[in-house]
Design a protein around this ligand. Sequence first.
Ligand code: ADP
Ligand code: MG
Length: 471
Amino acid sequence: MTTVAPFESSDTGPVVLERQFHENNVRLTEAGLYIFRPSSKKERQFIGISEIFACELVKQQKICRFVAAVELQIHAYVDVATKKATNDQQREKIVLSLKFDGETAMTDAKEWEQAIVKLCCTLSEQKFLVFINPNSGAGKAHQIFTESIEPMFRLAGVQYDVKITERAMYTHDYVRDTDNTSYTGIIICAGDGLLYEVVNGLVARRDWPTIAQRITLGIVPCGSGNGLVATMNHKVKGDPIINAGLAIIRNNTSKMDLVRVQTETKTIHSFLSITWGYMAAVDIRSEAIKSWAGNARFTIWALKDLLFLKQYKATVSYLPHDIQNDAPFPSNLTATLSNEWITVEDSFLGVTAAYQSHLSPELHIAPESTLNDGIIWLLLLRSSLTRYKFLSFLLKIESGTHLKEEKDPDIQMIKCKALRIVPKCTDGCIAIDGEEIPFGPIQAEIIPSIAKVYTPSVLEQTTTTTRTKNL
Ligand code: ADP
Ligand code: MG
């Protein structure tokens, strides 16, 4: 039996395994690996379980018939404690090597490997279908996948197939028409637009209800907005790309609400937002200047539309979230609404329905929203709002402080379950998850927790580990 040096602290939680590696002591608990190095300046180090993405036995040198030396490599992306108190979080890739020797080296190493794998819940039975959109954002989706995500997949030993999208709607048609029973997850290396295609392609299948339970959706941020990724990462440390890889490998999942949107011609499923009026125009119409303005197109268009503010007349109805309502959702856009619905007829600068906290990293539109709260956060901006107040409101969205001040009657954020917008004007802009649809009446209802997504977990502990370690 290996002698174990006493650990400095007793607050590591229940011990799963503990062992002496030369002069260093390593303790495995449900929270992670504690490494105690009496001879080092950084005496105590920690690798969180949620930071480990692979664990493999790599060397097996047979010294004699009974004695072997075995090395267990533990691969992790640790959160680097930055000296500056900035929001720029980084993750550093490290390999911790635990060297076992003696007669029971192999048995001991396997015991550690199994204990770590069990705690990590890494399911090697996972198989992914990965879509890469070469057209997303700055066009780096393929590079991001091969340089950051694929090496993690390989080390973790997960199986995956890769498809490069060939045109718009490629993923929609592919997931709608192709057998996907061998996959546990569909991963997109792209922006929100590609996830919108995947969701709607899957919903179009007859077996969608079973697929919704079986397949988890993953998104590696490579697009220009990536509102869903911003939502999942704003309370989490680390690089969103690596966080996505860790969440996928670790099978870290969460339920997610979808919103069923009915237009005059079709039904669409949405995971992010419905924007109508000002916000939609800034998002969609600014595409026209994308070639020379890049991402500055949003600011330029936002200022232009602020100078020449358009007003949109509409009837907006909503079913408040806290109302118990057994009446079925109206079957069509002209069906009478039940008594619990509230109707507002007015002229608006815009209407936005958000079901994620962020529509992009800069648009922290519904700060209290979570992935599966079953709430549509409906923002009504009346056209009686002054240009100055509107600008001040827009400038606060990035920090999510736009709703904190005393209530302005022209700005309302309402929690609801369903909504209907009937325009009383002919010219305007509507976007669902950032994709434009024809301007006209729409109605929408939330379907709580219907989809599953890979999502990073909040890291509680700060890590102070450095580089590769051989123990
Ligand atoms: P971004 O965030 O930059 O908009 P997305 O990944 O959301 O990036 O994709 C934007 C659009 O690109 C989607 O609407 C999708 O239909 C389209 N698309 C996907 N693959 C291709 C391709 N190979 N060529 C052109 N467009 C594509
Ligand atoms: Mg939500």
